[in-house]
Ligand binder design. Structure first.
Ligand code: CP
Ligand code: NVA
Length: 321
C-alpha cells in the first residue's frame, strides 16, 4: 500500500501568516523593538543562541540566499547567522538560477518554497523582492534593493544603543545621498521614535513618497541641503557611499556630493560624544575622511559585527520566534 506523501516543507505546520521581512514601515513598532531586543540578547549570548530564541524545527531548516549584486557583510552574516541558529544556508548568485535565463520569479518563488524555509534576496529592483514575497509561501527577507536596506538599520540601531543607550528621542543625522539606506533610516525614525535630520543635495533627495509617508505618520524627520545644520548637536552622524551598486552616473554624483563629505570639521558640529556610522563598504577620501572612519568616534566595525546578531534575530522572528 502506498504511504501518504509527506507534505512539502512549506505546508508543514504553517498555518499562520508568512512572516516576511521586507521594509520597516510595514511593522508594528513593538515587533521591531522585540527584534532589536532579541539582537541585543543574541549578541550577549555569543555563538550559542538562547533556547527561547531558537525557532522550532530549526535543525532541518534551510535558508536560500539569492544575490543579484555583490555582498560581503550581508552574505556572510546571514550565512553564519543561519548556522549559529542551527539551520543551513545555501547561497546562490542570480546568474546560477534559471531566472537569469527568463524563468518567472513567480515560479521560482513557488519552487523554492517547496525546498526551503526562508529566502533572503538582494535584488536590483525592489519590485523583484515584492514579487518573491507575493508568490513565496515561506518568509522572504530584504537583503537590500535599490529602494531600501532594512536589515542594515536593525544592526545600526543595535550599534547605536550599545554605545549610547535607547534610541528613542535621540538625534541622528544622515549626510549624503538620499539612497536605499537613508530610506530605511527614515522608516526607522518613525517606528522607533527618534529625530532624523537628513542633509542631501536636492538632486539626490530620498524618494518623495517616503517623506510623504513620514509626514502622514507624524515622524520627526527633516530634510535640508545644509550638512552643518543637519549635524548640529546630533548623537550620531551616518553616511554611505556616493555611488550605490548599479548606479552609472558616478561623475555627476561625486560632483553633487563633494560638499557632503564627513570630515573632522563636520563631526565637531555634532555632540561631543557623537558616534559615526557607515554601513560599509566605505570609500575614504570621498564620503568620509580616513580620520573620521578610523578615528575614536567611529563604530563602523561594531556595526558590521552587529549585522550577524541582527540577522539571527530577524531570521528567528521570520521562523516564528
Ligand atoms: N552593508 C552591507 O550591506 O554590506 P555588503 O554589501 O557587503 O553586504
Ligand atoms: N547604498 C549602498 C549600500 C551598500 C551596502 C548600495 O546600495 O550599494
Amino acid at each position: 500500500m502506498l504511504t501518504k506523501a509527506r507534505p512539502p516543507k512549506a505546508a508543514r505546520g504553517r498555518t499562520k501568516a508568512v512572516r516576511h521581512f521586507l521594509d520597516l514601515d510595514q511593522f508594528e513598532p513593538a515587533t521591531l523593538r522585540r527584534i532589536v531586543d532579541m539582537a541585543h540578547a543574541m549578541k550577549r549570548a555569543g555563538r550559542r543562541v538562547p533556547k527561547e530564541y531558537r525557532p522550532k524545527n530549526i535543525d532541518d531548516a534551510i535558508l536560500v540566499m539569492i544575490f543579484e549584486k555583490p555582498s560581503t557583510r550581508t552574505r556572510l552574516s546571514f550565512d553564519i547567522a543561519m548556522r549559529q541558529l542551527g539551520g543551513q544556508p545555501i547561497a546562490l548568485n542570480h546568474s546560477d538560477l534559471q531566472t537569469g535565463r527568463g524563468e518567472p520569479v513567480s515560479d521560482t518563488a513557488k519552487v523554492l518554497s517547496r525546498y526551503a524555509d526562508a529566502i533572503m534576496l538582494r535584488s536590483n529592483s525592489h519590485a523583484t523582492l515584492l514579487e518573491y514575497a507575493t508568490h513565496a509561501t515561506i518568509p522572504v527577507v530584504n537583503g537590500l534593493t535599490d529602494f531600501s536596506h532594512p536589515c542594515q538599520i536593525v544592526a545600526d540601531i543595535v550599534t547605536f544603543e550599545e554605545s549610547k543607550g535607547p534610541i528613542k528621542g535621540r538625534k541622528i543625522s544622515w549626510v549624503g545621498d538620499g539612497n536605499n539606506v537613508a530610506v530605511s533610516w527614515m522608516h526607522a525614525a518613525v517606528k522607533f521614535g527618534f529625530t532624523l535630520n537628513l542633509a542631501c543635495p536636492p538632486q539626490l533627495n530620498p524618494e518623495k513618497s517616503v517623506m510623504d509617508w513620514v509626514r502622514r505618520e507624524g515622524g520627526d524627520v527633516t530634510l535640508t541641503d545644509d550638512a552643518d545644520a543637519a549635524v548640529k548637536g546630533s548623537d550620531c552622524v551616518v553616511t554611505d557611499t556616493w555611488v550605490s551598486m548599479g548606479q552609472t552616473d558616478a561623475p555627476r554624483r561625486k560632483q553633487l556630493l563633494g560638499p557632503y563629505a564627513v570630515d573632522d570639521a563636520l563631526m565637531k558640529r555634532a555632540a561631543k560624544d557623537a558616534v559615526f556610522m557607515h554601513c560599509l563598504p566605505a570609500y575614504r577620501g570621498h564620503e568620509v575622511s580616513a580620520s573620521v572612519i578610523d578615528g575614536p568616534q567611529s563604530v563602523v566595525f561594531d556595526e558590521a559585527e552587529n549585522r550577524l546578531h541582527a540577522q539571527k534575530a530577524i531570521l528567528a522572528w521570520c521562523l516564528g520566534v
